[in-house]
Design a protein around this ligand. Structure first.
Ligand code: NAP
Ligand code: G4F
Length: 327
């Protein structure tokens, strides 16, 4: 019989790709949706599998422990992927308490629900490179051993979740692994994250639908990979024989300025004519540079990315050109 997986955040960028990936592998997939007043907005990322008999959706929320216990008792999963979060770093400065409740305490709720309902299930926790803050090893990379020193409420909440997962792994002998993932993107990325904001606005400018792209910090650098490569990594982490922590990254980083130059170059647009900066997009404390060393993922699990930064950005620009051309 095939395995059963439970995904929090199933309608997010990663959750939607992961659900498709697992269904393709023969899993039965359960997921929770946070209630939204506009029902149509909830499932558009999982439209392709919405009517698949192996997909089960129910309402649930990371800050509602009972909802988690009920669904876990019903589905009795072999694997749990905790991807739900208030995941926007800039917004975490506007809503620090809510972010701590969902992105931090929400994970603890899930761990307690698992202890009550299905303690043998394997758990994947979506940890983040944002947890490193501005700590960089002497060779310029962050890795599993780099000290955690977050510079945002989101990063602080993720550190809590990361640490409580290690604590439950050691205290209760649970199979819990943390994937410390660096930035990963796709056409399904929220369009208020910088890659998709740039791809979308550049396409609109090209088609005469917009005149300006306004950004914040152009000097920050990020290690950007593709979400499809990273959900495959999540699954590989849970197939490993022991629970552990793994960094997942491409090892190549670019500045926001380079991202803009690259995307505008693809569309033959003049950056100086269309791009402006505004302090409203800056963060009270900035995370300057991220570049991950994923040697452990490569050697222990045999993972390697299939997309490059260039092929990923081209896919995102093509998506938006197509979207606005058909509109
Ligand atoms: P995303 O697109 O923002 O998806 C977040 C998901 O969480 C959405 O499905 C959202 O539902 C759901 N959610 C939010 N609050 C919830 C709550 N209280 N209860 C239940 N569900 C809730 O994020 P992503 O890019 O897919 O990232 C997946 C996970 O990886 C997140 O935990 C993120 O912090 C982490 N991460 C992401 C990256 C990255 O670069 N993408 C890197 C490292 C770690 P609604 O859409 O209905 O609100
Ligand atoms: O796309 P971003 O908002 O992603 P950020 O802050 O790095 O966070 C993402 O990656 C984390 C992993 O490291 C995840 F844990 C987290 O959930 C999320 O997925 O910003 C990237 C960079 C930042 O330095 C930001 O200051 O782009 C800079 N930036 C410049 N102008 C901008 C903008 N970011 C956004 N969102 N919007 C701008 O206009």
């Amino acid at each position: 019989m095939g395995k059963t997986a439970f995904i929090t955040g199933i309608n997010g960028q990663d959750g939607s790709y992961l659900a498709e990936f697992l269904i393709e592998k023969g899993y039965t997939v359960w997921g929770i949706l946070k209630r939204n007043s506009v029902a149509e907005n909830q499932t558009y990322r999982i439209d392709s599998i919405r009517n698949n008999p192996n997909l089960h959706l129910s309402y649930g929320d990371l800050i509602d422990l009972a909802s988690l216990v009920h669904v876990l008792q019903k589905c009795q999963p072999d694997e749990i992927y905790n991807l739900a979060a208030q995941s926007h770093v800039r917004i975490s400065f506007d809503q620090p308490i809510y972010t701590a409740q969902v992105t931090g305490i929400g994970t603890l709720n899930l761990l307690e629900a698992v202890r009550l309902a299905c303690p043998k299930a394997r758990i994947y926790q979506a940890s983040s490179s944002e947890m490193f803050g501005n700590n960089i090893d002497a060779d310029g990379y962050q890795r599993e051993t780099t000290a955690l020193s977050p510079v945002s409420p989101y990063g602080c909440a993720k550190v809590f979740s990361h640490n409580i997962c290690c604590n439950y792994r050691n205290s209760y002998n649970m199979f819990i692994s943390n994937g410390i993932l660096f930035n990963h993107e796709s056409p399904r990325r929220g369009s208020n994250f910088v890659t998709n904001k740039v791809a979308k606005e550049a396409a609109k400018i090209k088609l005469g639908l917009s005149q300006k792209l306004v950004l914040g910090n152009m000097e920050a650098t990020r290690d950007w990979g593709h979400a499809k490569d990273y959900v495959r990594a999540m699954w590989m982490i849970l197939q490993h024989d022991t629970p552990d922590d793994f960094v997942c990254a491409t090892g190549i980083s670019h500045s926001v300025q380079y991202l803009v130059d690259y995307v505008f170059g693809l569309l033959d647009l003049d950056v100086n004519q269309y791009v402006e900066t505004d302090p409203r997009y800056l963060r009270p404390e900035e995370l300057r540079d991220l570049k991950g060393d994923c040697t452990k993922m490569k050697t222990a699990l045999g993972w390697k990315p299939e997309y490059t930064f260039e092929s990923m950005m081209k896919e995102m620009v093509d998506y938006w050109m197509d979207f606005y051309t058909k509109k």
